[in-house]
Design a protein around this ligand. Structure first.
Ligand SMILES: NC(=O)c1ccc[n+]([C@@H]2O[C@H](COP(=O)([O-])OP(=O)(O)OC[C@H]3O[C@@H](n4cnc5c(N)ncnc54)[C@H](O)[C@@H]3O)[C@@H](O)[C@H]2O)c1
Length: 375
């Protein structure tokens, strides 16, 4: 066991509340503070988790507490400025997904993390599921040679994550300029950064690009279709066709609009068979293997999860499983999709991110806000 680390949660009102509970029980962590613009909510979370200190702005948090790491669980547009602020205070960061809302922000986070030599990890917990490692080996070979599938021909990803209109309208209230209540953050380009792509499907895109990437080019269509999503700015349905660097072709479909369909899967096909990951199960038909290779259930090894991995990275001075350069990849795919939709053309990697997308719902202001601008 490593030394006990002082930690804090920024944005404990939602998902961050789960982090506060986890950290307050962890033998190698001491939850010393929570910080949220919703002070009432922060006080409730603090009371439920050992009565740690409460802050309502991040400048005070970093000025007053001596921290080893913070978990950032705020709306997406704040991931970059808060990570950069933490790095400037030499505080390690475990940041929720997505990495940021655009590649300019992501690159500034990488620079800040590397310049200040902090550990920066991200909330892509699905990477720890063994099914994806199995699919990776079958598709690419454990050591980068061809896997058991042989030469890959095609890929398909489907990610359906139904979200009601209420989900968007009841998300917590933020104002990107003042940090005070002025409308919900989900469903807005400025604060969420996109719709299904950046919030729900970023997990699917992360594991998919890990197994099938890197991408060479893609072409996409997107729209906001569900009636109950009439008040949101961002996309609820997307279709993408793409080519991977290895020459194989593929498709991705995403939607938050299908009430009855929540099925998520991806399939990788090659000359020798296929692997399919569906509902945390893997189905493998590599033709030349045994019957036992079918439907291998995924399991979590006991200590191998996001938090343990991040703590190990601090203790052993190693990289977390999803360092910033890796977290950037799913964001690059998302930005490529949005660029393709808005410019109505095929987009090639590496992606030159666009400052704004005027044709799709007046997309996005792409500046990196400073923490001082938010309080
Ligand atoms: N890894 C996962 O599976 C997973 C699941 C759910 C959410 N998330 C991520 O967690 C993050 C939070 O999502 P959520 O659904 O909990 O949102 P939420 O709106 O429920 O919670 C966000 C909290 O941040 C607070 N906040 C807003 N501005 C702030 C500021 N300037 N300073 C301090 N606190 C501020 C809000 O008041 C709120 O309490 C997002 O990045 C989301 O994508 C990840």
């Amino acid at each position: 066991m490593g030394s006990v680390k002082n930690c804090a949660v920024i944005g404990p009102g939602g998902q961050g509340g789960g982090w506060a509970a986890k950290l307050s029980k962890h033998p190698e962590c001491k939850l010393v503070a929570v910080c949220d613009i919703n002070e009432k909510r922060a006080k409730q979370v603090a009371a439920a988790n050992g009565n740690c200190n409460v802050y309502s702005n991040v400048i005070d948090l970093f000025d007053k507490e001596k921290l080893d790491f913070v978990v950032i669980a705020t709306p997406h547009y704040l991931h970059a400025p808060f990570t950069i602020l933490a790095a400037e205070h030499d505080v390690n960061v475990l940041c929720e997904k997505p990495m940021a809302i655009n590649l300019q922000q992501a690159d500034q986070m990488i620079i800040a993390a590397r310049k200040n030599a902090i550990k920066l990890g991200f909330g892509f917990q699905h990477r720890f599921e063994l099914a994806h490692g199995y699919a990776f080996d079958a598709a690419r070979g454990a050591k980068g040679e061809l896997g058991s599938l042989g030469r890959i021909t095609d890929f398909a990803l489907q990610a359906k994550h139904y979200r009601s209109g209420v989900y968007y309208l009841t998300s917590s209230q933020v104002d990107p300029k003042t940090g005070v209540s002025a409308g919900q953050w989900r469903g807005r380009w400025e604060t969420e950064g996109a719709g299904i792509l950046i919030n729900q499907a970023v997990h699917d895109i992360d594991v998919f690009q890990y197994v099938v990437g890197p991408f060479k080019s893609l072409s996409a269509h997107a729209a906001t279709i569900a009636k109950e999503h009439a008040l949101i700015e961002v996309e609820d349905t997307v279709a993408v066709s793409f080519t991977a660097m290895n020459g194989a072709v593929g498709t991705m479909t995403f939607s938050t609009a299908n009430k009855e369909t929540t099925e998520n899967f991806y399939r990788v096909s090659g000359e020798n068979g296929y692997v399919e990951v569906r509902n945390n199960m893997i189905k493998a038909d590599t033709r030349y293997k045994n019957e036992e290779d079918w439907e291998v259930p995924f399991q979590h090894p006991p200590r191998h999860n996001l938090l343990e991995n991040f703590i190990d990275a601090i203790d052993n001075d190693t990289e977390p499983m999803i360092p910033p350069e890796e977290a950037r990849k799913s964001l690059e795919v998302i930005r490529a999709i949005l660029k393709s939709v808005n410019e109505e053309r095929t987009v090639y990697f590496p992606v030159k991110d666009t400052i704004s997308y005027p044709t799709l719902h007046n997309v996005s202001r792409d500046t990196v806000l400073k923490a001082e601008d938010l309080i």
